[in-house]
Ligand binder design. Structure first.
Ligand SMILES: *Cc1c(COP(=O)(O)O)cnc(C)c1O
Length: 234
């Protein structure tokens, strides 16, 4: 199967999952996760109509930008851990950061975005699996509350919602309680009506569980393997 055929197949599955739960597939963005994938696969996906891409590492992506910067309309978002010494580069290279997990990084990213003259869309990555998932901020926690409070003064960041990577379970159904929990956190925060925190986006669901995530309210599925095949080892 080619990348283009895989994208068609994933789009059909998104469509079917949305229909099953009475949603419209227009509400669900498809992000192609391109970590470890070479530029030619990315260009193939672009030519098949994909416009939203996720990369895990700032340096890996910076090595690809020469090959992909001429794809008009393509949107690149960071979905992996952001180290504080990569914040300036990340603010310059990406159109969004979906893996914000601390106030410290948020403050640095805010300064870097302001210096780069842009307002950067961000998602807060929520850790729902405790020890089993090592990234993201726990909820409830003082760190999460601190981030919510800071959103107002971090004017160069546009808070758009939440992201999560649940602990791996062989069966997609195993992820359902985590997806449901993320949605409940979103609804709880939304009920507080904080003016500077937008919460429309729920980024959840990967190749093996995105249909379950759609049933639980996902608005962005992050799909790597089902589009590009098994990742080449770096
Ligand atoms: C790798 C990765 C994905 C995609 O995983 P697949 O199982 O290949 O679809 C999605 N989200 C994040 C944060 C990832 O690191």
């Amino acid at each position: 199967m080619s990348v283009a055929q895989n994208i068609d197949a994933v789009r059909e599955r998104i469509e079917a999952a949305a229909r099953r739960c009475g949603r419209h597939s227009r509400e669900i963005a498809l992000m192609g996760v391109t970590k470890t994938q070479p530029a030619n696969s990315i260009i193939e996906a672009y030519q098949a109509g994909l416009r939203l891409f996720g990369e895990n590492r700032v340096l890996e992506f910076s090595g690809k930008t020469a090959a992909v910067h001429e794809l008009p309309g393509a949107e690149w978002r960071l979905i992996g851990h952001l180290q504080s010494n990569k914040v300036v580069k990340a603010a310059r290279l990406f159109q969004g950061v979906d893996s914000l997990e601390s106030l410290r990084t948020a403050e640095k990213l805010n300064d870097a975005a302001a210096s780069a003259g842009k307002r950067l869309p961000v998602l807060i990555e929520v850790n729902l699996g405790g020890e089993a998932s090592k990234t993201g901020v726990s909820v409830p926690s003082a760190d999460f509350e601190e981030l919510m409070r800071a959103a107002r003064r971090l004017a160069a960041l546009e808070f758009q919602g939440l992201m999560t990577v649940p602990p791996y379970t062989a069966d997609a159904e195993g992820a359902r309680p985590f997806f449901r929990a993320l949605r409940q956190i979103r609804d709880e925060v939304a009920s507080r009506d904080l003016p500077s925190v937008g919460l429309e986006t729920l980024s959840m669901g990967m190749s093996h569980d995105f249909e379950v995530a759609i049933e639980e309210g996902s608005t962005c599925v992050r799909v790597g393997t089902a589009i590009f095949g098994e990742r080449p080892r770096l």
